[in-house]
Design a binder for this molecule. Structure first.
Ligand code: ARG
Length: 585
């Protein structure tokens, strides 16, 4: 038993920092397949055996289970009898033990070897534990993308934190993400904004609080235009001027854009998110004509009530609106140009759009038009939708005053964290920095732990809760593990035998991390990581409640290796969510 474990250890040592324990886990499953093949070879091939193997939910049923139902016909025997026969015949040397339970054969792994393999892999690979080469190439991620002159909505926050997390997850599995903030900085609303500003605006007000006042002008414009329809004509005229490059219009537009962006960047700083590109809708201005020409050349553009459209009947979709009767381009026109630009510029392997579920049809149409144009690469475009955040069950609406002020939420969370830390850990040095990490982490984690597509009702008390299934709970667990290591007089050592049965659930969670990362990547689902972090934190806390770590016996260094592995993996998991993991709090 020991020599084999040691042999595996040396194998691990030889393969360098990018080694993946996933291979290891598969080795364990492979051991089961090999042992079963030796006794079942005549009836089932290895591939089929591998597909039949299950991972039991409960530890009492072992680590792998093989159901024998598929053999009942060939062998003309009752499944429990087949299971018993297999156990009698199988070579058990690779396992702790193998037993029959009803129709199943249950395999119990050699726990000592498993512990050593897992802890050694984590000790050697550190933050690279779980790295993989699941894919490659550039992956533009369209994320955040708020609209200039309007407050950033909760929807934009979701897009920001989901996109940021996906970028980190995709990096870990081999891709090169490009985070694009496709600002809503063009469109007829800028004509309205210019008219409103010229009529009722004040330079000083805009400078003092740009988003508040710009929004005010915009709302007032809509109210007054109800009784004065000529305002709409003026707005159209100003937007036309802007599109034609008029100096005054351009100057105002640049100013509004700059002031808004400054405020958005303040929020991004707090969240710790940055972007590779801020090319928004306006960037597409000189890139739409070629698209329209291409559509014309390919005979895809049709007239409909004065407007120009692409018919998508064949896809069972509404037509895509390309140009209005007055020649103005639309959201769709700019997105077509943006998609083509990203393809030409980044030569992507996938192109992602993290945008709310309500734009589902828009992205389906975008893809369909590109396919109609013959751009096969449109199949690599994926809309990554997410659910709505409501407040008191109602849709949020800036115009109706049903808003959640992101700034306020973050501030409140940070203040609460500060109070808790001051009470629990008054001598902590960098209290403000830690409070920031915990408060912001709480908000981000809360958003990412529910499945992307779920809608949820926003409840401030819930968001700033630090107990239960929350980011701060995971952060506290990690800090606790760090403090154990600080108190220890001995160095962790992954090669020391760890036989404590209490450690087993923690070890299994640790070893599962690489698979979890891959699943999060293929499903574009950060919640897979968040839920995993909660499970690992919980199993570690249970372990810690039952086992005294800092006892001077022959397994001390092994237990410390376990504790250290927990800090490494919790820190990595939080990192993939864009949440910091302070070593003390
Ligand atoms: N600015 C848009 C909005 O707030 C989101 C843009 C999403 N990205 C895109 N390529 N259409 O609704």
């Amino acid at each position: 038993m020991v020599p084999r474990a040691l042999a595996r250890l040396f194998q691990l040592k030889g393969t360098g920092p990018f080694l993946n324990t996933r291979r290891n886990n598969m080795d364990y499953k492979q051991q089961v397949v090999t042992a079963l093949s030796a006794v079942l070879g005549a009836d089932l091939d290895a591939e089929t055996i591998s597909q039949l193997i299950e991972q039991p939910k409960s530890d009492d049923l072992g680590d792998y289970a093989f159901p024998t139902f598929a053999l009942a016909k060939v062998r003309r025997m009752a499944p429990p009898k087949i299971a018993a026969d297999i156990v009698a015949a199988i070579d058990q040397t690779d396992f702790d033990h193998v037993v029959a339970t009803g129709a199943y054969v249950n395999f119990f792994l050699d726990k000592v070897a498993f512990a050593q393999d897992t802890l050694t892999a984590i000790a050697e690979q550190g933050e690279h534990f779980g790295d993989a080469q699941a894919g490659s190439g550039n992956v533009p991620i369209d994320m955040s993308s708020p609209n200039i002159a309007k407050p950033m909505s909760m929807g934009h926050l979701r897009s920001t934190v989901i996109g940021n997390s996906l970028a980190k997850i995709l990096t870990k599995v081999g891709y090169t993400p490009i985070k694009i903030n496709y600002l809503g900085d063009w469109g007829t609303q800028f004509g309205k904004l210019i008219v409103a500003y010229k009529k009722w605006g004040s330079e000083a007000d805009v400078k003092a609080d740009p988003i508040k006042h710009l929004l005010e002008y915009y709302v007032r414009f809509h109210a007054e235009a109800e009784t004065q329809p000529e305002l709409d004509d003026e707005a159209r005229a100003w937007f036309k001027k802007l599109e034609d490059g008029d100096a005054e219009a351009t100057k105002l537009w640049e100013w509004f854009r700059g002031e808004s962006l400054k405020e958005f960047k303040r929020i991004y700083d707090v969240l710790g998110v940055d972007f590779d590109s801020y090319n928004g809708e306006a960037f597409m201005n000189d890139k739409m004509d070629p698209v329209i020409r291409e559509l014309q050349d390919k005979h895809l553009l049709k007239e409909s009530q004065g407007a120009e459209i692409v018919d998508l009947d064949a896809y069972g979709m509404n037509p895509a609106l390309i140009r209005k009767s007055d020649g103005a381009t639309l959201y769709m026109t700019r997105d077509l140009a943006a998609a083509i630009y990203r393809h030409d510029h980044y030569d992507f392997t996938q192109s992602l759009y993290v945008v709310g579920m309500e734009q589902k049809e828009h992205f389906a149409q975008l893809k369909a038009v590109l396919l109609e144009m013959g751009h096969e690469w449109a199949n690599d475009i994926h809309h990554i939708p997410f659910g709505l955040i409501t407040a008191n069950g109602k849709k949020l609406s800036t115009r109706k005053g049903n808003v959640i002020l992101l700034d306020k939420v973050l501030q409140e969370a940070v203040d609460l964290a500060k109070a808790q830390i001051a009470a629990k850990h008054p001598d902590l040095e960098n209290q403000d920095e830690v409070a920031q990490a915990v408060g912001v982490g709480a908000v981000v984690f809360h958003d990412l732990k529910s499945e992307r597509k779920d809608s949820f009702d926003f409840n401030l008390e819930e968001v700033v809760r630090f107990e239960g299934e929350t980011g701060p709970y995971v952060q506290y667990t990690n800090a606790r593990a760090h403090s154990i290591l600080t108190k220890a007089a001995v160095q962790p050592d992954a090669t020391v035998h760890l036989t404590d049965a209490n450690a087993w659930p923690v070890l299994k969670q640790l070893a599962a991390f690489p698979d979890i990362v891959l699943r999060a990547a293929t499903e574009y689902e950060p919640s897979v990581i968040a839920k995993y972090a909660l499970r690992l934190a919980k199993s570690f806390n249970q372990y810690y409640a039952h086992t005294k770590v800092l006892v001077d016996d022959e397994e001390l260094a092994g237990r410390l290796a376990l504790v250290q592995s927990v800090t490494v993996v919790l820190t990595a998991a939080l990192g993939l969510l864009g949440v910091k993991a302070p070593a003390a709090m």
